[in-house]
Design a binder for this molecule. Structure first.
Ligand SMILES: Cc1cc2nc3c(=O)[nH]c(=O)nc-3n(C[C@H](O)[C@H](O)[C@H](O)COP(=O)(O)OP(=O)(O)OC[C@H]3O[C@@H](n4cnc5c(N)ncnc54)[C@H](O)[C@@H]3O)c2cc1C
Length: 297
């Protein structure tokens, strides 16, 4: 089915021009990033915007800055594609949960076109980047008419396909704090097919002290309603321990108990709880192993 007729198609080259289009056409615009979620909805006519705003030519949204010395922030432009994440060596070395998510996200075609910003801004329940962004304490840079604001990933997602982005704003970039020494993170999902959308996905990040004791932990679960959830009881079960197998299993059970799960076409609530237990434990093992080795993908 061809797209429904559009009144206008804009392909600007600067962020300022994008914001001008959003202001002039408030509420009538659909933003096009990698098109991997938007195009199917346009072609099936579930979405019928009057105006398309294509971000593909906006170089400002493509940048990546990584700290050379392992200190400071990793900043990724919202138009960074999953394939580019996999090619960025510092991400594979230090922001490993993000790297894990990009490796198993969709198929080759989706990874070549889809963008990190599109994944986050679309805020689908069955998406891999949102729980990773919450787990890794990402700050989202939002560009609006009056300049930039930042919002934590935890506060950004307000429901399925709902965020705190206003109609005249764009997601410009994502900032990830540098993991400290003796820190590790990992992400594992269960999808219906090998590279399928997550039924659930668990992201875990762990920091150790010099003696191997856990000093900090963050656990986030995706694939659940209304939005990715931190599993704070699981985090508390890890901190102050030496992360032996029983502790990891108990923390995964705590995550399964505390995160509300839903019945839908992909899985029952009870099955999701079981998946959180099993995949949660694997994600924690992965993060703990990496923390012990010092973050090697
Ligand atoms: C076959 C297939 C398999 C997939 N498998 C997975 C999977 O396993 N895991 C997964 O997480 N996803 C999966 N996806 C979805 C894919 O990751 C999409 O790329 C993603 O959901 C949207 O990113 P995009 O860049 O394609 O955005 P688009 O589809 O272009 O945009 C989606 C919407 O997001 C908003 N948007 C996009 N960018 C911005 C911005 N910078 N500022 C404000 N709003 C913006 C707009 O409202 C836009 O309409 C799959 C898709 C397909 C087709």
């Amino acid at each position: 089915v061809p797209l429904a007729p559009l009144r206008a198609y804009h392909a600007p080259t600067t962020l300022r021009e994008c914001l001008d289009v959003l202001r002039a056409e408030s509420g009538r615009v659909l933003v096009l990033a990698g098109g991997q979620s938007a195009l199917p909805l346009l072609k099936s006519r579930q979405l019928r915007p009057e105006v398309l705003l294509d971000l593909a030519g906006v170089e400002e949204l493509r940048g990546v800055s990584t700290p050379a010395d392992g200190e400071g922030l990793l900043e990724l432009g919202s138009m960074m594609r999953y394939r580019e994440i996999l090619e960025a060596a510092p991400i594979g070395a230090s922001w490993t949960a993000l790297w894990d998510a990009a490796t198993t996200l969709g198929d080759v075609q989706v990874r070549n076109r889809g963008t990190i910003g599109g994944n986050v801004a679309f805020a689908d329940v069955a998406a891999d980047i949102p729980p990773v962004a919450v787990c890794l304490s990402a700050e989202l840079v939002v560009a609006g008419q009056d300049g930039e604001r930042t919002v934590s990933a935890e506060e950004f997602f307000s429901g399925p396909r709902q965020t705190t982005l206003r109609p005249d704003e764009l997601l410009a970039a994502l900032r990830f704090p540098a993991p400290g020494a003796r820190s590790g993170s990992g992400y594992i999902k269960y999808g219906i097919t090998a590279n399928g959308r997550p039924v659930i996905g668990v992201a875990a990040s762990i920091s150790l002290d010099e003696d191997g004791g856990c000093v900090d932990a963050r656990v986030a679960v995706g694939g659940v309603l209304p939005a990715p959830r931190r599993a704070r009881n699981a985090e508390q079960a890890l901190i102050g321990t030496r992360l032996d197998v029983d502790v990891l299993a108990a923390a995964a059970r705590a995550a399964a108990d505390e995160v509300p799960t839903q019945d839908d076409l992909r899985a029952s609530a009870a099955y999701r709880r079981q998946l959180i237990k099993v995949y949660g434990e694997r994600a924690l093992q992965r993060a703990a192993e990496r923390a012990r080795k010092g973050q090697v993908a």
